[in-house]
Design a protein around this ligand. Sequence first.
Ligand code: ADP
Ligand code: ZN
Length: 724
Amino acid sequence: MIAEVIVDIATSETDRIYDYLCDENVVVGSRVRAPFGGKTVPGFVMRIKETSDLPFEKLKKVTPCPDELPALNAECLSLAEKLAARYRVPKALTLRLFLPSEMRTGKVRELTKNYAVLSVDLSEMKLAKSAKNQLGAAEYLAKNGKTECAKLNNLFPGGVSALERKGYVQITKEQILRDPYKDVESENVERALTDDQRRAVDTINMDNRTVQLVHGVTGSGKTEIYLTLIAERLKRGESSIFLVPEISLTPQMLAQLRARFGKNAAILHSGLSAGERFDEWWRLRTGEAKIAIGARSAIFAPLENLGVIIIDEEHDSSYYSETAPRYSTFDVALLRAKRNKCKLVLGSATPAVDTYKRAQEGEFSLIRLEKRINKRPLPEMIIADMRREVRRGNNSAFSGALKEEIEKCLASDKQAILFLNRRGYSQTVICKECGYVAKCQQCDVSLTYHREENCLKCHYCGTKYAMLSACPDCGGVKLSYAGTGTQRVVADLQKLYPSARILRMDNDTTSGKEGHYKILKAFGEHKADILVGTQMIAKGHDFPEVTLVGILDADMSLHFSDYRSGERTFQLLTQVAGRSGRAEEKGKVVLQTFDPENEVLRFATAYDYQGFYENEISLRAAMQFPPFSKIVRVLVTGEDDKKTVEALRTAYVELEKLYVENSEKFLFFNKMRAPIKRIENKHRYQVLMRLADTSILPQIYDICANAKTRDVLVSVEENPTNLS
Ligand code: ADP
Ligand code: ZN
């Protein structure tokens, strides 16, 4: 038999597929070891065939790996092929998505432990009195039976190996699966569903559309709906995928999942070691675990017979991959749902505008949960006008209203969260006296300050504007383009409230394996009174003692140069506000802004998603931004400027031809330098397009695949989240 084997998938950027001889028992999708250029490398069997075009003498033979099951099942192989075609990338790249890193490189570390048992009766051993460690180990084994060698070596160093050499002891290796959650404390709380939850579960089960959008306010009990769906599937022997943003895999969430599903769940997250991840993956592959829980990449879990796929916080931008292949998790999930004939459930308190539009138009089913569990009220929102604070001479990060609420909160021994809106925070000029923000006259998006050229630029059309020295609206000269950092806020707070216990959570404090789990756990146990953080603290956490949320700079993300900045701000504010008053006590939110009249903030403070959506969708329609168009950026990057420009030219010539021949399908087409000209020593150029009709997208991918060289990357980004 001949096997087509793909080799070197861990490092190669191109497909290297070769013919090898193989035995009858080698099957498609299985791992093999293949002789390659004088070495033996790991490979995967893509196809089995009878004959090869190569002469028989030239063919080498692969050795199969002794796996219980082929690493890749039929669905994975077919999906990898579809994705490779869709994003015009080598199969090596899409196959990687389906395999844990240790399996791709062939360096699988199975965790084994050595155990010792006596093979000779204690009385028959001839041991010198002085051989204390041997005697000790032998007696221990006689008394306790089979024991881990590591343990014996601790008690009696060297004893057990000496006994083995004499033939008194037999040592066996046993594989053990690492259990990353053995230390997670768990409480199993299965709750009776509320009527709203029951109705949601029933609708999802009955409605015959594939995609089901659950739009439920924060605290409406969406998690319980997901867990019920998963439990129902499990009972029927079907498997499930449950996706959450990485940050939502909090200790509470882990404990809840563990308690509910035990070993049936494999929880994949970035805190796991490579070995732990490998074991969890393998448990899913063998079907020992039937529920895959994790961030974006868990959509590639090797499960069969899927009964449901759930994407929680579906609006979250982490569901788009920022490296090739730049897949959308929703698209992959939809392919899997269709193949498995199962439901794809999306959940959010603030659905993406695009998703909601599709639900409103009937393509997706729409399930609404308008009340919090136990009819707890949503927290009251107080708007603090920071312009007035500045005029009054208060230049600190805290308004009078916020200080008053913090004091009340501390006095009643409750907890507060202070949030700094750093998501997509960019260098935008804002007038601290009137709230004016510089915007592009054509695109109506905020301008970004570029230090090296000392100018303001629009990232959507490339127009440059001169830097401002005074506000064009009010003439004020207090212009700011830097916010306060979390560290400053903590220091200032500590001065104001010397006895308050304050925790900080941002990128600096959460490095290391369990950084943010530790911080959240400590806060959850009320070991601190105030938690200060960035968008990391916005999502998913359920702290019953929190009665106050302060949003220090609510409008900052509005000024990000992105057509979605309104959407992102609404989502963020709703999420953060949702952290307050989740238990008996009513919650409060103080929202500080330089722009209190802003429509997005008004809709957010009124919890009016529908109002926000209608306003936003009409703006998008008027400006022909997505979902009424698709923004496509072709980004050309390389270390050598000349080669980079050459590749750009190759791509541009073809793209321009496409544009000229199909100009009715384009709303915008322009070649320019990327807003940031160099990142990590790479020169960057771009061709920016806005398409009214996406039917030419495959041609754009083709052009870019052809323009790519060994030294220059030419990538296609669809509706990129970051245009810098
Ligand atoms: P969401 O994900 O919609 O923001 P959660 O799933 O976090 O909401 O639920 C909010 C709170 O309500 C949680 O503390 C949860 O434990 C509780 N809860 C959910 N469902 C029920 C139920 N059926 N009965 C009692 N409490 C519930
Ligand atoms: Zn513009």
